[in-house]
Ligand binder design. Structure first.
Ligand code: FAD
Length: 317
């Protein structure tokens, strides 16, 4: 990929004509082993063929994620899929972040989700910046903007329908989210949520800024397939499962989650379909699915929405 052949910006990707009722996009994680690699390839091909507006690749704290995220993002970009690559501040000095950003640019990537990341060890604990590193995602936006190699980057940020768990109030959360949009981010992707009202209230809160508050807010959706893992994910993100949904899932589990896996999935797919219908009616710009690199649950939701053929039920993935 040459510098004159940049990837489409996400905000432009959302404006492309879409085969479905609304654009949809998917989040992938860099695979850790060969089996996970095969799952990701299958998922990338499937979502490419279904017309995903873009795909994103997460950035995990520490270790080998730096290489894996960049490698996977480059491969997806060549598929070709409009690719959004995540970056966090965790365990990185400013110089390392500069190197990573230059590497992303060299690989032909141009869509960045600028994130702070969570404290390693205890995601809900106190955030202590790395020595020589940055403190807030807004500083990463400034860093990107200071690098000539990255001047073509389009920047997205995280937003939080229920407020970020460390923000003292929803007002404070709104203040810092708007600060990132004013600093140059062009859209946000939300933390997963299970009550569309939270998304709509976030949209209302941001709308107080007539210039920047109307940038796309892409809802993050995760079709629940396991009660245990969704509880864990909610715990780690400091958000909550609505009590009525938790009761519905518990009824489906009927005291034996393992034996009633299919019943739990059914509820999960149904709930995400209902949420997606409401989000479409409310004019959301895109539906962003946190897939965990799996196809079936997301495809079932898309199928229910009339946006994909039925998923192949023989494959668990
Ligand atoms: C769509 C999405 C994708 C994600 N992908 C990843 C990923 O790939 N890898 C990963 O590790 N994590 C990921 N996360 C998790 C994210 O890193 C955490 O939620 C993190 O706690 C917050 O990141 P942020 O970018 O919103 O931080 P920030 O914008 O820096 O905000 C963090 C906290 O600081 C406050 N704050 C912000 N600016 C200031 C300021 N100037 N002064 C005082 N307080 C301030 C905010 O209100 C908030 O409470 C993702 C989250 C979302 C929603």
């Amino acid at each position: 990929m040459t510098p004159t052949n940049y990837q489409l910006a996400i905000s432009d990707a959302l404006k492309r004509p879409t085969p479905g009722r609304i654009p949809f996009s998917v989040e992938f994680m860099p695979p850790r082993d060969d089996a996970a690699e095969a799952r990701l390839k299958h998922a990338a091909k499937t979502f490419h063929d279904l017309g995903a507006s873009f795909v994103s690749v997460t950035y995990g704290a520490g270790g080998s994620t730096r290489e894996r995220t960049a490698r996977v993002a480059r491969r997806l970009a060549r598929q070709p899929l409009t690719t959004l690559v995540h970056l966090t501040l965790v365990d990185h000095t400013r110089e390392e972040l500069v190197d990573i950003l230059r590497e992303y640019a060299r690989l032909g990537l141009s869509n960045l989700l600028a994130l702070r990341g969570d404290p390693p060890g205890d995601p809900l604990g106190e955030w202590i910046p790395t020595a020589g590193g940055l403190t807030y995602a807004s500083e990463l936006i400034e860093l990107v903007q200071s690098l000539p190699e990255c001047e073509h980057f389009e920047i997205g940020i995280a937003s939080f329908p229920e407020g970020h768990y460390r923000a003292a109030s929803l007002e404070e959360d709104t203040h810092y989210t708007l600060a990132k949009l004013r600093a140059g981010a062009n859209y946000s992707i939300t933390q997963m949520f299970f009550d569309v009202e939270h998304y709509l209230r976030l949209r209302d809160r941001l709308a107080v800024d007539a210039e920047h508050g109307h940038k796309p807010i892409i809802p993050g959706l995760m079709p629940i397939t396991s009660l245990r893992s969704v509880r864990r994910q909610m715990e780690l993100s400091g958000a909550a499962l609505p009590p009525a949904l938790e009761r519905r899932l518990e009824r489906a589990a009927a005291g034996d989650e393992e034996a009633n896996r299919e019943a739990i999935r059914e509820v999960g797919i149904e709930v995400t379909t209902e949420m997606a219908e409401r989000l479409i009616a409310e004019g959301a710009p895109d539906l962003h699915f946190m897939t965990l690199n799996l196809v079936r649950a997301t495809q079932e939701v898309l199928h229910n929405l009339g946006m994909a053929p039925a998923a192949d039920m023989d494959v668990i993935r």
